[in-house]
Design a protein around this ligand. Structure first.
Ligand SMILES: Cc1cc2nc3c(=O)[nH]c(=O)nc-3n(C[C@H](O)[C@H](O)[C@H](O)COP(=O)(O)OP(=O)(O)OC[C@H]3O[C@@H](n4cnc5c(N)ncnc54)[C@H](O)[C@@H]3O)c2cc1C
Length: 416
């Protein structure tokens, strides 16, 4: 196929897309705004003797090509821990297992089922739904975890209807798989997207896209020249899509959906402790904080490490008091609620909210969004501009394998 094609963004979606097109013999250029590839996939090197990921980590489904690529790269994949192992019970003022929680607080523990049953009710923000239906808001830390951190969202904004539909659509028997040996997602990318990586042009931030006379004309932030292509595939996070100048401007219906997709600031917080905390590695534990964060244990044999996925309010707390103080505050709360005596050895905050050209965790649907919003935003524009990235996958959005599949899909659409 003798077409000139531009791929914008060298995350998993852009790399998968470019690799596929190169293999089909297309002339591909790949512009990346930053000075590295991988986007929200990034290894955290040097913090632990265990392999850690600063961004995407779990493979959320075994029945897909990305999972197969991981196996081929040598990854040893095992089913991860329970979503909630233990939770602080603010009523009894002690930590209980999730099983005990289910027995004691039936309504609160069945909130996900409730959301699924109510998936065709009028939309409203999750927080409002929880309050309206009389859930005990003492368990706000559970709701933050289920609907906030897990979705990279604010429960004040995320839509209850979309969550119910998402949970319903999820194929049964989905399990989370963790890589248990020293294979990083970066190794998978390096093995399978070799030719795409070779053609990346770094520090090229696309700022405007104009479709004219069946060509796509693109401008960069640091270059007066215009670049012309037959097709372009935009593989940037929604935070960046919202900043792009597109001519002719998107129609109202698409714009409305794009604007109702949130991507909050947040990040991943790593704390090394002086002694072992949890017995069951990878289990999530839910101390009660006044902010939105979800924690799990990721210790190796020799090191005790806990990791927190921080949503917007937790991220804001880090910005307010600083990284060191935040680490101390977290461990102090754990000590009080779990009745342990842990000390902070070291810490690291991977701040995705302030990472240029990404500026957030991952996409989520705000209250008021259309039911088929992912299809609306991923539809090719003017037959010239295509879209790929986690935000464009109709089911597996916010995931690595969703980003991968969306990249392949966009490439196939163009070739067709
Ligand atoms: C903390 C965290 C934890 C996560 N955990 C998991 C997990 O456990 N499991 C899972 O499956 N997923 C997880 N994810 C999500 C997963 O990492 C992402 O869904 C996936 O990596 C997104 O890939 P992408 O290609 O769509 O976008 P990105 O990886 O964001 O790539 C987009 C690229 O576009 C570039 N770019 C942006 N703007 C421009 C521009 N104007 N011009 C040129 N280039 C531009 C960016 O620099 C970037 O390299 C997590 C993400 C985060 C942040």
């Amino acid at each position: 196929m003798n077409q000139n094609i531009l791929v914008i963004g060298a995350g998993v979606a852009g790399l998968a897309c470019a690799q596929y097109l190169i293999k089909q013999g297309c002339n591909v250029r790949l512009f990346e705004a930053s000075n590295r590839y991988g986007g929200r996939v990034k290894p955290l090197i040097g913090f632990s003797d265990r392999h850690l990921e600063a961004g995407g980590q779990t493979i959320h489904h075994p029945d897909n090509d990305y999972y197969k690529m991981a196996i081929e790269t040598g990854a040893k994949l095992e089913i991860g821990g329970d979503l909630v192992g233990s939770i602080y019970d603010p009523i009894q003022k002690k930590v209980i297992s999730y099983k005990e929680f289910e027995d004691l607080y039936k309504k609160e523990s069945q909130s996900l089922d409730d959301f699924i049953n109510d998936r065709f009710q009028e939309d409203e923000p999750v927080l409002q739904r929880l309050q309206r239906k009389g859930y005990n808001m003492e368990f706000i830390h559970l709701f933050y975890a289920l609907y906030g951190s897990e979705y990279g969202a604010s429960i004040e904004k995320i839509g209850a209807r979309a969550i119910g539909r998402y949970e319903f659509d999820m194929p049964m028997f989905v399990s989370d798989y963790e890589i248990e040996n020293y294979i990083h997602h970066q190794n998978i990318i390096d093995k399978f997207f070799k030719e795409a990586i070779e053609i990346i042009e770094y520090n090229k931030q696309v700022i405007s896209i104009k479709i004219i006379n069946e060509k796509v004309q693109v401008q960069l932030n640091n270059d007066p020249n215009e670049f012309s292509f037959d097709y372009a595939i935009c593989c940037v996070p929604v935070t960046q899509l919202k900043k792009l100048k597109v001519d002719p401007a998107f129609d109202e219906s698409r714009l409305k959906q794009i604007n109702l997709i949130g991507m909050d600031k947040g990040g991943k917080f790593f704390i090394k402790l002086d002694k072992k905390f949890l017995q069951h590695e990878e289990d999530f534990f839910l101390p009660k904080f006044n902010h939105n964060s979800l924690w799990w244990d990721s210790s190796s044999e020799n090191q005790s490490i806990i990791i927190g996925l921080l949503g917007l309010s937790a991220h804001n707390r880090v910005m307010e008091i600083g990284i060191e103080q935040f680490a101390k505050e977290i461990v102090q709360t754990i000590n009080e609620q779990y009745k342990v005596d842990l000390k902070v050895i070291s810490y690291h905050y991977e701040d995705w909210g302030n990472t240029p050209f990404i500026e957030g965790l991952y996409s989520y649907p705000m209250s008021g969004i259309d039911d088929n919003y992912r299809q609306i935003i991923s539809a090719p524009y003017q037959n010239r501009l295509y879209f790929a990235g986690e935000a464009y996958h109709p089911i597996y959005y916010s995931t690595i394998h969703g980003a991968y599949e969306s990249g392949i899909k966009a490439a196939k659409e163009i070739i067709k």
